[in-house]
Design a protein around this ligand. Structure first.
Ligand SMILES: [Zn+2]
Length: 99
């Protein structure tokens, strides 16, 4: 899968501040934006990396604009944890074939 990793991303910094969390990875299109973490840390954490790759696949499945719309609609309806795109990404963490 084609992906890019952007460290010290402003977008991720905003997300980290909003979510009040330490390390953040947030995907836009094919790029994984990181804040308070590094490319190395992400790549060494197989489960975390698989999770973010699943989001890239979701962007490709629906197209960027449509996926952002669908994701936000899901988030508003079900919140972050139960959002079906997050559920799918969490399931991918366990998937040995998806790496
Ligand atoms: Zn996620």
């Amino acid at each position: 899968m084609v992906y890019r990793i952007k460290e010290n991303s402003l977008l991720a910094r905003i997300a980290a501040w909003k979510l009040n969390s330490k390390r953040v990875a947030i995907v836009f299109g094919k790029t994984i934006h990181l804040c308070r973490t590094s490319k190395e840390e992400l790549l060494n954490d197989t489960r975390w990396f698989r999770h973010e790759l699943k989001h890239i696949e979701q962007y490709q499945r629906y197209g960027s604009a449509r996926f952002i719309f669908l994701y936000l609609r899901e988030w508003m309806k079900k919140g972050y944890e139960n959002n079906k795109y997050e559920v799918e990404a969490r399931e991918a963490e366990e998937d040995q074939s998806n790496h």
